[in-house]
Design a protein around this ligand. Structure first.
Ligand code: KIV
Length: 282
C-alpha cells in the first residue's frame, strides 16, 4: 500500500447535504500556491470571475473570458486536493442558450478537472441550471447582487431595496433551488432577506455581504488578506498583506541599491570537483 493516503475531495453532494449544519467555509482562489494554502481550511474554493478585477485589473467581471477561467481553474485544481473547486461561468458563456451553457460548462470541467460550475442565475437562467444538472454538471447558483449585471443595475450596490426587488431575489433563489442547484451564493442583501431565503430553500446558501444568516460564507481572498486599500463594507480583513508586501519590497530595493543583497548565503560557491557526498570506501 502506498505511504501516501489519497485525500477525498469534497463533492457538490457533500455541500448540498450540509444545509442547516456546520457553516460551510468558502474562499476564492485563482492560482495553485494560494489554493494549496487555503485548501486545508476551506470546504469549497471558488475560481470566481472576480479574478478579472482582483488579478487582471479589469473594472468589472464583464470582460472575463472562458480562457481566463480555464487557465486559473486548472491552476487551482493543481494546488487544491481536498476542497470542492467550483469555476465561475464568465459573462457571455451561458446566457444565449442552454446548449451554449452546457458546451461551455463541459469545457470548464474537462479542461480544468474541476467538478462544478457557478453561474449568476437570474430567474431566466433556471432552465439552464436544470439542463446542466440533468446532464451531469453540478451548478452553484448566485442571486442578489449579480456583478455581471453591473451595467444594468448601475454599480455594485446592495440589492433588495424595495418589495419588488426583494420578491425578484426570492424568486431567483426559489427557481435555482427547484432547478437543482447544489448551493446558492447570496450576495449583497440585508440580513432579513438572507434569513428568509435561507429558511425557504432546501439547499445551502453561501453569503457574501449577506449576514451570518446564511448556511456558509465566502469572501474574495485578496480582500480578506488586506491586499487592497478599499474593500466593500462586508469584508473583514484578517491580514494586512498590502503594507507587508510594500515593506518587503522597500527593504529589498534598499538592499539592492546598497549592494547588501545578495549576501554570501544566497551566492553559489561551486568548486570544480566537490563531490556532493563523501566517496564510498572499499
Ligand atoms: O466572482 C466571485 O468571486 C464571486 C464570489 C465573490 C461569490 O462570485
Amino acid at each position: 500500500m502506498s505511504a501516501q493516503t489519497k485525500v477525498k475531495r469534497v463533492t457538490a453532494a457533500d455541500i448540498r447535504a450540509r444545509k442547516g449544519g456546520e457553516p460551510i467555509v468558502c474562499l476564492t482562489a485563482y492560482d495553485a500556491p494560494l489554493a494549496s494554502i487555503l485548501d486545508e481550511h476551506c470546504d469549497l474554493l471558488l475560481v470566481g470571475d472576480s479574478v478579472g478585477m482582483v488579478v487582471h485589473g479589469l473594472p468589472s467581471t464583464v470582460g472575463v473570458t472562458m480562457e481566463m477561467m480555464i487557465l486559473h481553474g486548472a491552476a487551482v485544481m493543481r494546488g487544491a486536493n481536498k476542497a470542492l473547486v467550483v469555476i465561475d461561468m464568465p459573462f457571455g458563456s451561458y446566457e444565449s442558450s442552454k446548449e451554449q451553457a452546457f458546451d461551455n460548462a463541459v469545457r470548464l470541467l474537462k479542461e480544468t478537472g474541476a467538478p462544478a460550475v457557478k453561474l449568476e442565475s437570474g430567474r431566466y437562467a433556471a432552465d439552464t441550471v436544470k439542463f446542466l444538472v440533468e446532464r451531469g454538471v453540478p451548478v452553484m447558483a448566485h442571486v442578489g447582487l449579480r456583478p455581471q449585471a453591473v451595467n444594468v443595475i448601475g454599480g455594485f450596490k446592495a440589492r433588495g431595496r424595495d418589495d419588488d426587488e426583494r420578491a425578484e431575489i426570492i424568486a431567483e433563489a426559489d427557481a435555482a433551488a427547484e432547478a437543482g442547484a447544489f448551493a446558492i451564493v447570496v450576495e449583497g442583501v440585508a440580513e432579513d432577506l438572507a434569513r428568509e431565503i435561507t429558511a425557504r430553500v432546501s439547499v445551502p446558501t453561501i453569503g457574501i455581504g449577506a449576514s451570518p444568516a446564511c448556511d456558509g460564507q465566502i469572501l474574495v481572498t485578496q480582500d480578506m488578506l488586506g491586499l487592497f486599500d478599499w474593500t466593500p463594507k462586508f469584508v473583514k480583513r484578517y491580514a494586512g498583506l498590502k503594507p507587508a508586501i510594500a515593506e518587503a519590497a522597500a527593504q529589498y530595493a534598499g538592499e539592492v541599491r546598497r549592494r547588501s543583497f545578495p549576501e554570501p548565503a544566497q551566492v553559489y560557491h561551486l568548486g570544480p570537483s566537490k563531490p556532493d557526498k563523501p566517496a564510498k570506501s572499499g
